[in-house]
Design a protein around this ligand. Structure first.
Ligand code: ADP
Ligand code: ZN
Ligand code: ZN
Length: 813
């Protein structure tokens, strides 16, 4: 409950400041920090978050809040400084930071909806409209309550907004604000309670009702669902019983259950010496509060066991734990292992949950009903208090970086939140990011190491195959070399499983016209389409646009499109014909988009009902499949040529990780790595599984070119549909940056601006893209500069061109 008359509210709008509102007396009891409120803002109503109490409203008159939208806080008070830190560091509005942090679908606000007026209908049916106007009305007639945003988005007319305004003026349309409801809501159910009153014998009660009474009496309280299982008509029968006071009916929140099949409890194994020493180190340092650790342990060295012990320590001392895992596929594995150990103390948060399930998991945490959260990057915002440990598994993974909206890195935020909560943070990886390892070198992180695999097996032996040898071959050898084929055969004969890895999905990745030679490109993006044989279509992997397989060349109209290039689907087909008796499965984005399909696939691998698994990076990470003894890498070079200073790092990490999937059980593993660049240091270091070799090669490059971790970077991503307008805005932004720099000589000394340049994929989804890269050794200078640019009057007025600020960018394309 709020003690004061006023509250500090952050609204879900792109604004940097918070606002003071008055709490009317009748709402005071219901208000608490961390809850959502509905507030008037200008002429609209929007959602706001209560961030604090205020004694007075200052010189302005505060408006009343309209409603309280929660019955329990969605985040704890001590998370607010964390939100504020995030907003400042990532140069992003506070209200939108909180909105990003909370489960999606909780945003209630007025949205502008467009309606056709009676005179609009009349004008339409009498044909008295210009074609553009008629088009709008035609569109609106088909859908009720279309929002202005939807209308603008689905229209190909660049001046649709102006057209709507004109039509509104001419009374053909009205635009009015409608309060949008939240998509996610709390699920409630009726519970029937025993009130201890027994009906006297004089009253006649039907047999069914007698049955209900005896069930309720026996169990004291029973949910409607389980009561119906005994008495299907219970819903109709309980009313009179309640009226007579024999039973009570209450509404209670129930939690939707997103968890899969039940998991058998496990018994913790005896720790290896290495594990035991490492855990002791963390325990001894516990009283020191915040310490960031980098746990470097080869693949299969038992890192997950360490995570579970440290989590157990936290829970036993009455604290909570946050465990971050990169991929959905891996979450289900880690979740299983944690559930086997910790039972129902766990909440999971990731994108495969429905809005409602996600909200339920969130509330379980906010209400303190569970103490462990396992999740993808967004779980770093979990509403937990009193954190005992934060763990980031596979800390090098790029999926910790969000690439839209609030472009945060959950790995980095784990360290920030750990510092604020004064708890240890464990970043684990067999192939740490250059940045984290540099932090060890700079004594910012403490290193913990596991050098041996739990099963004492050596790491798998890796053989490189030079693809140049087979360049001029015409058959399958070009893709599945004889060296790899022999090993697959041997692996199958021993009854083991083989994993064939290629980080590119689809059947053919480079369709081109046989007549004119032009590649088949996406209409909306500057990339080639990919042929998907199973679905018999061409698909753009950037915007999702599809074309039928029978399409003719857009340049010369020829029907002869040839499908060059190969992806996982083609590898699967090739292997099927080479090994007709083997049971094959494929795991990539195309085969795992349906809910539950990942679990099914993983189960088939674990239960050994498949022999060969073809997959993308989804399979490369973290998984523990003891029967895989062979890993084949079809083409190790795919990520090497990307225009990105982290290309070598990504290549090394991916190859070392995928190699680490082999030989995790009794039998030793083997890896065949096919490559055009056997002499490249990333590939050689991956072959040796030698992280230090990679690191020592990579660091001089980064230093010489002044790249992270030796500088800080912010990338401005500028995009829009109108090519000219985007180019003009880019010039404008660059000019302002120059002006700001010349006015601030101190900042100028440390800051370097690269660009503007066109992005390497210049057009995606019909948006033209430009970039400006800003580097500096001073994080304060660089963020001051970008902040000053952002609030510059001439930038604030820019319309139809988006300027996204990416702090510590990952994707530079
Ligand atoms: P990593 O995460 O380092 O790749 P895992 O934690 O998956 O390694 O461990 C590899 C395998 O070893 C798993 O099957 C795990 O159950 C098992 N394991 C881990 N620690 C022990 C231990 N102390 N004793 C026996 N088995 C263990
Ligand atoms: Zn052609
Ligand atoms: Zn496209």
């Amino acid at each position: 409950m709020i003690q004061t008359d006023y509250i500090d509210v952050s609204v879900t709008l792109p604004l940097d400041i918070t606002f003071v509102y008055k709490v009317p007396d009748h709402l005071r009891e219901q208000c608490a920090i961390g809850m959502r409120v509905l507030v008037p803002f200008g002429r609209r109503r929007v959602t706001g978050y209560i961030l604090g109490e205020q004694e007075s409203c200052g010189p302005y008159k505060a408006k009343n809040i309209l409603d309280v939208l929660d019955d329990h806080p969605l985040f704890p008070v001590n998370e607010i400084p964390f939100f504020k830190w995030v907003a400042q560091y990532y140069i992003y509005p506070l209200g939108e930071v909180i909105k990003t942090a909370l489960p999606a679908g909780l945003d209630r606000q007025d949205v502008s909806c467009v309606f056709v007026t009676t005179s609009g209908i009349t004008a339409f049916s009498t044909g008295g409209l210009a074609p553009g106007e008629a088009g709008v009305i035609q569109f609106l007639k088909k859908r009720e309550g279309c929002t202005l945003k939807q209308l603008i988005k689905s229209s190909s007319n660049p001046s649709i907004a102006a057209l709507v305004r004109k039509m509104e003026k001419n009374d053909l349309l009205t635009v009015s604000a409608i309060l949008k409801k939240e998509i996610a809501n709390i699920k409630r159910e009726k519970f029937i309670q025993d009130l201890g009153k027994v009906p006297p014998d004089t009253i006649r009660i039907s047999q069914k009702r007698q049955q209900i009474l005896s069930i309720v009496r026996e169990r004291q309280e029973v949910s409607m669902t389980s009561l119906k299982a005994h008495v299907p008509t219970a819903a109709r029968l309980i009313g009179p019983l309640a009226e007579l006071g024999y039973i009570g009916i209450v509404q209670r929140q129930v939690f939707r259950d997103p968890l899969g099949d039940p998991v058998e409890p496990d018994t913790p194994p005896t720790l290896t010496d290495e594990q035991a020493i490492l855990i002791e180190t963390v325990r001894v340092n516990r009283s020191k509060g915040f310490i960031p650790y980098l746990l470097t342990g080869v693949t299969g060295s038992g890192k997950t066991e360490v995570y579970m012990r440290l989590t157990a320590d936290a829970v036993e001392s009455g604290k909570t734990a946050i465990v971050l895992v990169p991929e959905i596929a891996l979450i289900s594995q880690t979740e299983r292992r944690f559930r086997a150990r910790f039972g129902e103390k766990i909440a999971v948060i990731h994108s495969m949950l429905t809005h409602g399930e996600r909200l339920d998991q969130w509330r379980k945490l906010a209400l303190g009903k569970v103490s462990i959260v396992i999740g993808a990057r967004s779980a770093i915002f979990s509403p937990v208090e009193n954190i005992g440990v934060i763990i980031v598994d596979e800390e090098h993974d790029t999926s910790y970086k969000q690439e839209t909206g609030l472009r945060y890195n959950a790995r980095d935020l784990a360290v920030v939140r750990g510092k604020m909560q004064d708890c240890p943070v464990i970043l684990g990886s067999a192939t740490p990011s250059v940045q984290s390892y540099q932090n060890v070198k700079d004594h910012k992180f403490t290193q913990l190491t596991l050098e041996r695999r739990v099963n004492q097996n050596p790491l798998p032996k890796i053989t490189l195959v030079d693809l140049k040898k087979y360049k001029d071959f015409r058959g399958t050898e070009r893709i599945i070399t004889p060296e790899l084929a022999i090993e697959i055969r041997a692996c199958l004969e021993r009854g083991n499983q083989a994993l064939i890895f290629l980080n590119r999905r689809g059947f053919a990745t480079f369709p081109a016209c046989k007549e004119c030679g032009k590649s088949l490109n996406c209409k909306f993006c500057d990339v080639t389409m990919t042929f998907h044989k199973g679905q018999d279509i061409y698909k753009c992997h950037l915007c999702g646009h599809t074309l039928p397989a029978s399409v003719s060349c857009p340049e010369c109209n020829s029907k002869k499109i040839q499908n060059f290039g190969f992806g996982t689907e083609k590898i699967e087909t090739m292997l099927k014909s080479m090994f007709p008796d083997a049971r094959l499965t494929r795991m990539d984005q195309d085969t795992t988009s349906k809910k539950g399909s990942i679990l099914k696939l993983l189960k088939s691998i674990r239960n050994r009902t498949v022999d060969i698994i073809v997959g993308t990076q989804m399979l490369a990470k973290g998984h523990d499949f003891p029967s895989i003894t062979l890993v084949g890498v079809v083409c190790a070079d795919l990520s090497l040529s990307l225009p990105d200073f982290r290309a070598s790092e990504r290549t090394f990490q991916l190859l070392a990780q995928v190699a680490g999937r082999a030989g995790r059980g009794e039998e030793p593993g083997k890896v065949i790595m096919q490559t055009y660049n056997p002499e490249h240091f990333s590939i050689e270091a991956a072959r040796q599984q030698d992280y230090m070799d990679f690191f020592n090669h990579e660091v001089p490059f980064r230093k010489a070119l002044m790249y992270p971790p030796f500088t800080r970077m912010i990338q401005l991503k500028i995009s829009g549909r109108d090519e000219q307008k985007v180019a003009k805005t880019v010039e404008q932004v660059a000019d302002i940056l120059k002006q700001l720099l010349s006015a601030a000589p101190k900042i100028r000394e440390t800051v370097q601006i690269l660009g503007p340049i066109e992005a390497s994929i210049h057009r995606i989804s019909s948006r033209f893209r430009w970039q400006i890269l800003i580097k500096s050794i001073s994080s304060i200078h660089i963020s001051r500069l970008v902040n000053a640019m952002r609030v510059h009057p001439s930038i604030k007025g820019i319309k139809q061109v988006t300027i996204a600020i990416d702090v510590d960018p990952y994707s530079l394309m």
